[in-house]
Unconditional design. Sequence first.
Length: 185
Amino acid sequence: MVRRLTFRSAKLANWLSHFVTNMKKNTFERGIGLFDKHRVWDYHASENGLNASVEDLHNSFFQVHIRWRKEDCEIYGTDQLLPNPDKLDCFCDCPSDGPYCEHVTASIIYWIMRLDDRNEDVNAESAADQGDSPAYQNLMTRFAGLVRSETPSYQRFDANKLRLLPDVQTTAEQIVKSVMTRDDQ
Ligand SMILES: [Zn+2]
């Protein structure tokens, strides 16, 4: 059982949810598992990307390098750059053949949770959001779009369930869990 990822910022939750749609089923859960067990080491972020060393469950270390271009970023908070989640160059020296392994995922989660901890746009997108803010509406619109898309994992995803959630502390993990549960049926 992994810990919930709880965001202050709907924008960042939205970002991670979008990023997750690029990866294979279960990779995200394994990434959360590594993040949750504090397996992300030697983390360094810059405006062009981040580097980390991620320890797997068998105590092997893998080097993760994630790069993005400034022109693919929007400004988040006062001066942070938020890259387009579809335009990340991700590298890991593990044997995984997919573009996104659990080590990359754990590094991304580590990065975005730190960004969320900076707390800079809490005033704009409060955790007390009751579901009527532009941020929340954007989140709903995005998931409605995913449901309509041909992305197999989302085909049977019931967007109406999201509307029952009490506030914008919707977690990417919850969403993915719902998708996975339905996908397994
Ligand atoms: Zn890897």
